[in-house]
Design a binder for this molecule. Structure first.
Ligand code: IMP
Length: 430
């Protein structure tokens, strides 16, 4: 028995929600440890579709504890709104089922405004952020001027923290020709929301440490994907947190020895929302077909996702830097009926062959994928529940992916329905 970390192996949107939900049935605690409400996890449970952003996926299942760790940036207004939305779907959420780290940093209205103003100012060079204030909130955390959950409980300390934060932000706003933010107004807003959010604040590292001693199973739910990692991703077109498995320890206060199996959720093709390099992108009929069949529209922003072939070079890199033991391969059915399927197996950059994506933005922009072409399959793989139900050519495609990324398939997801999952090995038992 072990704890499991689930991370995305590409640029996010790999279908983590369904797999996390599938695994959460066998976990006692589900922990979010990085990112914020930029994430969008869709869960289909029976007739109900839940769209979660900040809440750990386990909250929709009775009897599970959801933890929002210190590595998450929390927008208290957005979180309360999400809780109301999920409650309206019949889910009970109370301080017994959700704990938020007292040392988590908050996303404030000023972060949202700055995120959007900066994107506008960047024009054609924009990152394509979700506009949720994620980057500016992490900047303030690392800059040691963030307002944190625990500050909401202490009016004097809150005022001091807000004053300190606004010294920085008001100077910035002045430089941009914008109106300064009033400390009084921001403190009032925070004081108004404090009684609604504080009942959920807790010492989450201790909750997790006690759970570990009691032999409870913990599922760490990552957001985004390794290629959006602030260190290892396609910088600067990345999010502002570390998205690999190591962050599960830091972002929850669990310690690296709490992490057992790392499952990398991997889509059978590639998608990306927002700007940045995407060597195997198909800005053509193939890409449009993948987008339509895969319903590739963002859960959070509704933006159409860019689509392309599976990039084995990129995923192999994600396996190594993300620390992945096995993958859950998702959305294979989207490739059903294609005559041929391509897999990116390397890059040509300025006439030189690369077996990895180099760090330089300029080199990444010039990366031309080297492809291998495989035969497609005509049969439907949608909803398959046994390996034997898959066409031989589909199995060949899966085996080739395993070989190229040097990582085995642990789970195969064949539809959004949680039961349409072929299990090769149980991550919790590995
Ligand atoms: P931010 O996280 O809002 O700062 O956005 C930075 C980049 O990460 C943008 O390209 C976003 O589209 C991307 N991004 C952030 N969260 C997600 C996600 O959950 N799925 C896919 N892309 C994401």
């Amino acid at each position: 028995m072990t704890n499991v970390v689930v991370i995305g192996s590409q640029w996010g949107d790999e279908g983590k929600g369904k797999i996390v939900d599938w695994l959460s049935e066998r976990a006692d605690i589900v922990v979010r440890y990085q990112g914020g409400h930029n994430a969008g996890h869709t869960l289909v449970i029976g007739e109900k579709v839940f769209k979660l952003s900040l809440l750990p996926s386990g909250v929709v299942r009775p009897g599970k504890l959801g933890v929002i760790g210190n590595g998450v940036v929390v927008d208290p207004w957005a979180l309360l709104e999400e809780m109301e939305r999920v409650r309206a779907q019949g889910v009970e959420i109370d301080p017994g089922s959700l704990v938020i780290a007292e040392n988590a940093s908050l996303i404030l209205p000023v972060h949202r405004a700055l995120d959007r103003a900066r994107e506008l100012a960047r024009g054609a060079d924009k990152i394509g952020t979700t506009g949720r204030g994620i980057g500016p909130a992490y900047e303030d955390k690392v800059g040691r001027r963030a307002v944190r959950m625990c500050d909401l409980a202490d009016p004097e300390q809150l005022r001091r923290r807000v004053d300190g934060l606004l010294v920085h932000h008001n100077a910035l706003l002045k430089g941009l020709g914008d109106e300064p933010v009033s400390a009084e107004a921001l403190v009032r807003e925070l004081e108004a929301i404090a009684p609604r959010i504080l009942p959920y604040a807790g010492v989450t590292w201790q909750v997790l440490s006690e759970a570990k001693r009691a032999g409870k199973r913990v599922l760490y739910e990552g957001a985004q994907g390794v290629m959006l990692d602030v260190d290892h991703g396609t910088y600067p077109f990345v999010t502002s947190s570390n998205t690999g498995a190591g962050q599960a320890a830091t972002g929850s206060g669990s310690g690296p020895n709490s992490i057992g199996y790392v499952l990398g959720i991997t889509k059978a093709y590639t998608t990306r929302v927002g700007s940045g390099p995407f060597p195997t992108e198909q800005d053509n009929e193939i890409g449009r077909t993948l987008g339509e069949r895969g319903r590739e529209f963002g859960t959070v922003t509704g933006r159409a996702r860019r689509c392309g072939w599976f990039d084995a070079t990129l995923v192999r890199q994600a396996m190594r830097v993300g620390g992945v033991n096995g993958i859950a391969l998702t959305k294979l059915d989207v490739l059903d009926g294609l005559d041929e399927i391509r897999i990116g197996i390397g890059y040509d950059i300025d006439g030189r062959r690369y077996d990895h994506l180099p760090a330089s933005e300029a080199l990444q922009a010039r990366a031309v994928p080297v492809y291998e072409t495989m035969e497609g399959w005509k049969e439907s793989t949608y909803g398959a529940r046994r390996w034997a139900d898959l066409p031989a050519t589909a199995i060949k495609y899966i085996r080739r992916i395993e070989e190229l990324i040097d990582t085995p398939v642990a789970l195969l997801s064949t539809s959004p329905d949680r039961d349409d999952t072929i299990r090769v090995r149980d991550p919790f038992e590995d």
